[in-house]
Each structure stands twice: as structure tokens, then as C-alpha cells.
Design a binder for this molecule. Structure first.
Ligand code: NAD
Length: 256
């Protein structure tokens, strides 16, 4: 569509499906050569990229520090990293499962951190780059059952600030995109009325499509955001800025 990322090499983790898959397609559509990674090599996503912008399909469990090292050792250049791989891991706080907590922290927080530090090594070699972390609205709003997930996404927001500060001198910008409820196959399988139920609660009147996340990520990946680092952009149709009013007050102006 455009060539604004021409000459740039990107890596998207969690690119086999959902948001990560469409982010890979979006970066390629704007001229980047895109490498895609997931627990199993995301060959279908790679095949969906046009040949000119097709990099490698790589298998790596980002919760495994050694696997992250091997993943980045297979790259010869990197300008853009999108840390999209993530798991939800529902936790019952009355009987919390330690293995779920550990798995969510290992993928979402540890994985994001070590992918970023590995990427920074490659980005220094080309004079800079852009790291984009995929956070969540659950970093900012309470959500039943998501204590572990929310803690990791809040951690990603804090990590974004810390890494932005530490890597700025190397010309590496670090920002986060925090999606709200998004219509991915996983969510629609969990709850067939997912889109409809969220549409009732979101000021813009609908859940996000994966495409809604692409533009904000492209902004952080491109020179359009050359002077922006350490920021978290909520892409949620206005959900996080609206208090959960009693139904009787939703459309009422007191005194009128
Ligand atoms: N869908 C939403 O409503 C929503 C909302 C806010 C944030 N997010 C975030 O967006 C990102 C993508 O979510 P999605 O909805 O597209 O999920 P998804 O389940 O459709 O896709 C996630 C991908 O990440 C991969 N993955 C998971 N753990 C991994 C690991 N340890 N190593 C390598 N790959 C791994 C999975 O195999 C899968 O392909 C996640 O970070 C998620 O927390 C999603």
C-alpha cells in the first residue's frame, strides 16, 4: 500500500493467528520485510505475505530464555520488533493456580523483556529501531479472573517506560499499543456473543477488529513517530475512559 517501511526488517512474535498475524501483514503491506515467529513456525502467515516482503517463519517459545536467544541469533538485521505473543491465563483468586501465574508471567512479561533486549542488540548495529509491545486495557481496568494477565500487562506498560529510557541513547524507541476487546477467533470461540456483548459497553459501539490495531502499530513502527517513545496508546473504542455508570445515569443529565 505504501513504502514507508521500505528497507526495514521487522519481527512479529505470536504471528500465527489473531492480532499478530494481521500486524505482520500490515507491516509487509507498508514495505517492511517481515519475519514471523510463534510457538510453532507460522508458515501460513508467512505464505500470506507477498514474496517481496517475506522473511522467515521461526519457531520459538518466548517463555524460554534459551529459545529467545536462538530466535534472535537466526536474524541478520532488525529495525522493528512487535512483541505480540501473549496468553490470557484465567486465575480464580480464591484458589489461584501457581502454574498458571508462572506461565502467564513467563510468556507475557519475561518473554517481552528478553525479546526486547535481544532485539536491542541487533538494532544498535543499524543505529536504532522501534520496539512495540502489545499491552491490554486490562493493565488499566479491573477484570474478573484476570489478575495474572492484568499484572503482566501493567508490567509491560512499566517495562515500556524503563526500556524507552534505557535505549533512547541507542536510537531505539519503545512504545506500547494496548488493545481493548478484539474479535479474534479465540475470543469468539470462548463466547459466541463476544462481539455483541462488548458492543454494548464500548463507546464507539463495537469491539475492535484486528485491523484496528494495525494503524497504531504502524505509527510507532514508522518515522511518523520519530520523536515518540515510552508511550502507551489505548486502542479500545473509548472503553478505558468511560466510568461504568449505573444504567439510570447513562443518558441522564441531572436537573434536566
Ligand atoms: N484479542 C483481544 O481481545 C486482546 C485484547 C488486548 C490485548 N491482546 C493481546 O494481543 C496479543 C495477541 O492476542 P490475540 O488475541 O491475537 O491472541 P491469539 O491467541 O489469537 O494469538 C496469540 C498467539 O501468540 C502465540 N503465543 C502464545 N504464547 C507464546 C509463546 N510462549 N511463545 C510464542 N508464541 C506464543 C500463540 O501461539 C498465538 O499464535 C496478546 O499479547 C494479547 O494479550 C488481545
Amino acid at each position: 500500500m505504501t513504502e514507508r517501511l521500505a528497507g526495514k526488517v521487522a519481527l512479529v512474535t505470536g504471528a500465527a493467528r489473531g492480532i499478530g498475524r494481521d500486524l505482520a501483514l500490515g507491516l509487509a503491506a507498508h514495505g517492511a520485510r517481515v519475519q514471523v515467529a510463534d510457538r510453532e513456525a507460522p508458515t501460513e502467515t508467512l505464505a500470506a505475505l507477498d514474496v517481496e516482503h517475506r522473511g522467515l517463519a521461526l519457531a520459538a517459545d518466548i517463555a524460554d530464555r534459551a529459545a529467545v536467544g536462538s530466535l534472535f541469533a537466526s536474524l541478520d538485521r532488525l529495525d522493528i520488533l512487535v512483541n505480540c505473543a501473549g496468553i490470557t491465563g484465567w486465575v480464580d483468586v480464591t484458589n489461584p493456580a501457581e502454574d498458571v501465574w508462572d506461565a502467564v508471567v513467563a510468556t507475557n512479561l519475561k518473554g517481552t523483556f528478553f525479546c526486547s533486549t535481544e532485539a536491542a542488540g541487533l538494532m544498535r548495529a543499524v543505529g536504532g529501531g522501534s520496539i512495540i509491545n502489545i499491552s491490554s486495557v486490562v493493565a488499566a481496568r479491573g477484570h474478573h479472573g484476570l489478575a495474572a494477565y492484568g499484572a503482566t500487562k501493567g508490567g509491560i506498560n512499566a517495562l515500556t517506560i524503563q526500556l524507552a529510557s534505557e535505549l533512547a541513547a541507542d536510537g531505539i524507541r519503545v512504545n506500547a499499543v494496548a488493545p481493548g476487546a478484539t474479535n479474534v477467533a479465540r475470543n469468539l470461540a470462548d463466547e459466541p456473543r463476544y462481539a455483541e456483548l462488548w458492543a454494548e459497553r464500548i463507546p464507539l459501539g463495537r469491539a475492535a477488529e484486528t485491523d484496528d490495531i494495525v494503524g497504531p502499530v504502524l505509527f510507532f513502527a514508522s518515522p511518523d513517530s520519530a520523536y515518540v517513545t515510552g508511550q502507551v496508546l489505548y486502542v479500545d473504542g473509548g472503553w478505558t475512559v468511560v466510568g461504568d455508570l449505573p444504567d439510570a445515569y447513562r443518558e441522564r443529565i441531572p436537573g434536566s
